[in-house]
Write a protein that binds this ligand. Sequence first.
Ligand SMILES: Cc1cc2nc3c(=O)[nH]c(=O)nc-3n(C[C@H](O)[C@H](O)[C@H](O)COP(=O)(O)O)c2cc1C
Length: 192
Amino acid sequence: MSPQTVLISYGSTYGHTERYAQWIAEELQALPQAPQAILSPAAEVTDELLAQADILIVGASYLGGFLTGAPTLRKRKDAMLAVPHRLFYTVSFNGTAVYPRSYLDERVMKSYKADVAGDRPAFHFRGGLKMDEMTKLHRAALTGVKTAYKLKPHQNEYDKQLIEAFDNGGADYMDRAAITPLVEQVKEYLAG
Ligand SMILES: Cc1cc2nc3c(=O)[nH]c(=O)nc-3n(C[C@H](O)[C@H](O)[C@H](O)COP(=O)(O)O)c2cc1C
């Protein structure tokens, strides 16, 4: 029997979501029932690629209310719906350390719509900040957030992490182990 195909699409501005996609592909390829894993930036996903997929994994970073690459991918709705299994993950600075899981799930639903994203909860991971690579516009937006946090009378741990990211040229809260539940879900799909 030919191996099943897992298409991993990622919408990534500074590489964090792409890195998670690579980690997921590595974990899947190490399985006894290793599928063929295809990685693709969300903007380069085609209907032909989707037609090959038994499982579609959609990753997107969360930037100020928007999921990177989601509008482009959503245009391929019909081809996405034809993939037997779909699952979604987000990457953000705060992740579920700060946001309720339901809030991030809601972002996924709003971006991809319930028909494509289904009622299954998404997976949510923490990324980082690369201050040196950031566009002026992005840096300006985050500077506004940092200033607001600095003015807070009581900063929580995560407020402090953002402020420190500016002082340290960036921050990295990526966690490879966090993908385990997602990989487990894919294993269930592969087992049919
Ligand atoms: C302009 C901008 C806005 C952001 N807004 C948020 C936000 O609202 N909440 C959050 O948790 N992280 C936010 N982040 C952090 C990103 O989610 C984080 O950098 C993520 O790792 C980016 O992943 P990527 O490199 O794959 O695009 C923002 C980052 C930028 C540059």
